[in-house]
Design a protein around this ligand. Structure first.
Ligand code: ATP
Ligand code: MG
Length: 754
């Protein structure tokens, strides 16, 4: 088969070893991603059904590119491969299985903004100081708990965790986590971490579901395996347990997401989990010149914790790496922009052959200004995406409510936009009512007569009618027709149309653009499900690199190093090589963090195919003040023979940072000092799904007696154990089979006597 001719012997061996566990840990540019791509094509050529293949990538863009390449070899069959990021693949599975774990099929995916907005609301309700309980910190803490599969209940039972929080003066984190989880559940919403956490819950609690997917995914492949966290690791391990046809590829030297819970131990555990694993080594770098590969090797040699690898290049020697010094960040931008113009003409490159990589998003400003001055077209990855704009989020909030009316963040966003006389106090009343009676938000909104009066009642019930009418349209119309109907009848289009300012016009056009996007989506031929609900999910899962509307445009790419993983460009500029910026100030206190920062530099350097430029400024504005900057220690660590300084050297004497370079070999790998992952804990925080058997209305309490069996709309079956108070405020204590005892106010409780 001649498509295998594009592989070297080890790559080919790894591609042809389709059965059993396979691991490739190899350096940058050695063809790991290529091996996965060819392996999938090879499997399909051998007759494996694409539906039985699952490939997990780090970005949606990587998945898309891989699918296109495979399509060239095997044709349209490639459409049916399960391929995408962990989040998108398991969101798709959760949509099918959600009801088992008590979520609606159309659950909402809360994005980072929704999560933070909900956390802020909770902090406010709990009267907590938002400086001490910084919302990003709280979010990080909850996220890391979920990624280690610690449920809110377990968190609140874990003395060590609670003690740590108390020591840091944040003793209420456990309670915040609990409330946050309950509020998401009530809203039928999952945040990004939940998509993995709940998948684990699902696979753990429902063996029949696990079996179904174990048999469906006969072949599993994972790219960038070094950046999987514990939760992802466990999903893969569970799914692969029956067939064990699992192939993972990664590079420990490119592990750059430890701060988000990625655990390099997963690579090392692989050999323990699958003792008969076949390990392949790829040592030849096909991407870069010898110069660049040598430079990259000299950087990573400074890290103590690494697996020994030989990486060499057979490509041309290549030019030396240019190092430029600028007086300021603006001058640095100018140097970069001018170098692009010059190199483009000398080498006959296109703009899209260049990338500018930086440590932090804030650095893009100076670069952008300089590029604009020289009329160089550019594109920023991971900037404010189209879908983050206010008007787009507003319309999307209406879509979300149409499919999941309990989505509280969407409701808060648009219940009074466009203005319809529903003030903050009314919204608060609605939320308090839901809290008090353990109702979902829509139960309150749709039954406003029980909770509100006068004008606010009329306004809220009109709003409820509007959403209900959208639901009716959604049930019987295409994605585009539904979206158009909602844009018109929500009042958003009219509101924006009436705003004749330039910004207003812009917003109106953005809405048009969104509708165009939905039209295209509903006409796509490569997917089966084309409902507006599916579109919503795709949007929620766009990663930073995906808001690239025109991937073929000839533009210079600007992005953070984190988003550059897996990519390659003929000419790369790494800017801002200064102490306290790169390595970042926050990383200077521990070896582990400094080493992660160094791996980040290694990732950056290895993106370059032919030319690499490094630069730093001697002064830079940060947080509004002008600071003097020292060149980054990483410049000192590079093999000086690879460098060409574009100024008189002013390098500081090489300092000993106290970190001895010492390699860990393959044989010694067990001595890695990273902590082992905690034992699996997956007690579900969720009640079992309850599918109600009949229509419910607030109960007729007149005949209710202690000892009677009842069914509640959401809590399921239970027995009345106590009745107290007088009508109309009579309360019943009911012992539910799944959920234990709850006290309900009968005039609101939707009960049925069984
Ligand atoms: P990274 O660690 O950065 O993700 P990688 O190991 O995944 O890199 P690839 O992106 O698969 O490497 O390959 C790097 C480049 O080398 C690609 O352009 C790829 O097409 C090319 N390449 C890989 N193997 C070969 C080969 N055998 N012959 C020719 N080109 C190859
Ligand atoms: Mg790769």
């Amino acid at each position: 088969m001649d498509y295998l001719a594009g592989l070297n012997p080890s790559q080919r061996a790894a591609v042809e070893q389709t059965e059993g566990p396979v691991m490739i840990v190899a350096g940058a540019g050695s063809g790991k991603t290529r091996v996965i791509t060819y392996r999938v094509a090879h499997l399909i050529n051998k007759g494996v059904d694409p539906f039985n293949i699952l490939v997990l990538t780090f970005t949606n863009k990587a998945a898309k590119e891989m699918r296109e390449r495979i399509m060239k070899v095997v044709g349209l069959e490639a459409k049916n491969i399960w391929m995408g990021t962990f989040h998108s693949v398991f969101a798709r599975i959760l949509r099918v299985e959600a009801e088992l774990i008590g979520y609606p099929k159309n659950f909402t995916i809360y994005d980072t903004d929704d999560t933070k907005s909900l956390l802020r609301a909770i902090l406010k309700e709990m009267n907590l100081d938002d400086k001490l309980y910084n919302v990003n910190h709280v979010y990080g803490r909850i996220s890391s708990a979920k990624n280690n599969l610690i449920s809110p209940q377990e968190y609140n039972k874990n003395e060590a965790i609670l003690a740590e929080d108390r020591e840091n003066g944040r003793g209420q984190l456990g309670e915040i986590y609990m409330t946050y989880a309950q509020r998401c559940y009530r809203a039928g919403a999952m945040d990004f971490d939940d998509l993995l956490f709940k998948t684990n819950v699902l696979l753990n609690k429902f063996p029949e579901v696990l079996h179904k997917y174990q048999h469906q995914f006969k072949y599993l492949m994972v790219d960038e395996y070094q950046d999987t966290n514990f939760s992802q690791y466990l999903i893969v391990k569970r799914l692969a347990a029956v067939n064990e046809n699992i192939c993972v590829v990664g590079d420990d030297a490119q592990s750059i997401y430890a701060f988000r819970g990625a655990n390099i131990q997963n690579i090392l555990n692989f050999q323990k989990d699958y003792p008969d694993v076949k390990v392949y080594k790829l040592e030849q770098n096909y991407r870069s010149t010898k110069m660049i590969v040598n430079a990259a090797n000299s950087i990573i040699a400074n890290n103590k914790n690494q697996l020994e690898k030989n990486v060499f290049s057979d490509n041309e020697e290549g030019d030396k790496i240019k190092v430029a010094r600028a007086f300021s960040d603006n001058e640095e931008g100018k140097i970069v922009a001018e170098a692009i113009i010059q190199e483009k003409s000398i080498k006959s490159y296109n703009y899209k052959d260049f990338a500018i990589l930086y440590r932090t998003n804030a650095q893009s400003r100076a670069m952008e200004e300089a590029l604009r001055k020289l009329s160089i077209p550019y594109k920023i990855y991971g900037g404010t995406s189209f879908y983050q704009r206010k008007e787009i989020k507003d319309l999307i909030a209406y879509f979300r409510l149409t499919y999941n009316p309990n989505d509280e963040e969407a409701l808060k966003r648009v219940i009074n936009y466009p203005r319809r006389g529903i003030g903050d106090t009314t919204v608060e009343k609605i939320i308090v009512a839901a809290d008090q009676h353990q109702y979902r938000i829509w139960d309150v909104v749709a039954n406003a007569q029980m909770f509100l009066d006068g004008r606010s009642f009329t306004a809220v019930s009109n709003f409820a009618l509007t959403i209900q009418s959208f639901q009716a349209v959604g049930n019987s119309h295409s994605a585009f027709d539904t979206a158009m109907h909602i844009a018109q009848h929500s009042g958003i289009l009219k509101d924006l149309y009436e705003d004749k300012s330039v910004e207003g016009l812009n917003r109106y056009e953005n809405i048009q653009e969104l509708l165009n996007g939905i039209k295209e989506f509903s006409e796509r031929e490569d997917i089966e499900e084309k409902g507006l609900d599916v579109f919503l999910q795709d949007v929620a899962l766009l990663t930073n690199d995906d808001n690239d509307k025109n991937p073929n445009a000839d533009t210079v790419s600007l992005m953070t190093i984190h988003s550059s993983k897996g990519l390659e460009f003929p000419s790369v500029f790494i800017v801002g090589l200064e102490e306290n910026l790169f390595p970042s100030q926050l990383s200077l206190n521990s070896r582990t963090e400094l080493e992660e920062e160094r791996r980040l530099f290694y990732v950056a350097v290895t993106r370059a195919e032919k030319k690499l430029h490094l630069s730093y400024a001697t002064s830079r504005y940060r947080w509004g003040t002008l600071n003097n900057c020292e060149p980054s220690r990483f410049l000192d660590e590079l093999n000086p023979a690879c460098l060409e300084l574009e100024f008189k050297p002013r390098m500081p004497a090489k300092e000993d940072d106290g970190f001895q370079s010492e390699r860990v070999t393959w044989q010694q790998k067990d001595t890695f000092s990273k902590p082992k992952p905690k034992a699996m804990k997956t007690t579900s925080i969720l009640p079992k799904a309850h599918v109600p058997t009949a229509g419910f209305a607030p109960s007729d309490t007149s005949t209710l007696q202690v000892g009677m069996e009842v069914e509640h709309e959401r809590f399921g079956f239970g027995e009345v154990v106590n009745l107290e108070g007088n009508k109309p405020d009579m309360k019943a204590t009911i012992s539910f089979k799944e959920l234990g005892q709850k006290q309900l106010l009968l005039k609101f409780a939707k009960l049925r006597i069984v």
